[in-house]
Design a protein around this ligand. Structure first.
Ligand code: CA
Length: 223
């Protein structure tokens, strides 16, 4: 998740960049709204944190310009102006939320995750990764090095389980119970067949699924 921070106070901007990157967001900083407009033009971030009082183009003007072209990118205002009129004005100009300064990182994180959820993106903690294999449980999508995989439900469940528990040995019976339940008279060949297909679809990452002869399987990030 890419966050653009527009804040002219350098110390605060750097603090936000540091704090948010520790929460696994990718953060870009802009010291003024003019630079920020160019950045948004090049690539729309997943979320924008916007200070109001800026040198040159003001925060509300920035909002107007961005909202003319993009109605959906979540924008949270961070401002020392804390009057009700200011907050209402910000929301009327198209901000999704308004966070009065000073604020804690905890509150900021909660606001960001809530805004991303409303926008349909999952908070970063929900995404599973192992090397360049990425899984989004909410949308049930998986990818290798950015290339999305076409997986069946069972293959997706298998991959999620493996990636969640790297280096854990799963016997065929355990996999049958966890993924298939007791729904049918399944034999362990079912597991083997699904693992074989999943391996094939994972391409070079297929080697991450190790076979333990006569036992079962495990996921190893090294591949
Ligand atoms: Ca300012």
């Amino acid at each position: 998740m890419q966050i653009l921070v527009i804040e002219d106070e350098r110390e605060l901007r750097e603090l936000l960049e540091y704090g948010l990157s520790r929460l696994n967001f990718k953060v870009t900083g802009a010291g003024n709204a003019n630079d920020a407009l160019i950045m948004v033009e090049e690539a729309v971030p997943d979320l924008i944190l916007l200070d109001l009082m800026l040198p040159g183009l003001q925060g509300l003007q920035f909002l107007d310009i961005v909202r003319r072209k993009n109605q959906t990118v979540p924008i949270i205002i961070i401002s020392a102006r804390t009057g009700e009129d200011d907050i209402i004005k910000g929301l009327e100009h198209g901000a999704d939320d308004y966070l009065p300064k000073p604020f804690s990182m905890r509150l900021l994180e909660a606001k960001i995750n809530a805004a991303l959820r409303r926008a349909g993106g999952a908070p970063p903690s929900d995404r599973l990764t192992s090397g360049d294999v990425a899984i989004d449980p909410d949308s049930r999508r998986a990818s290798v090095a950015g290339e999305s995989l076409q997986l069946t439900q069972k293959e997706f469940d298998l991959l999620s389980l493996f990636v969640r528990k790297p280096e854990k040995v799963f016997t065929r019976n355990q996999l049958l119970n966890i993924i298939w339940g007791y729904e049918a008279e399944l034999v362990s060949r079912t597991v083997d067949a699904h693992v074989a297909m999943l391996r094939k679809k994972l391409g070079s990452r297929g080697a991450c699924i190790k076979t333990l002869p006569k036992i079962g399987y495990l996921w190893s990030a090294e591949g």
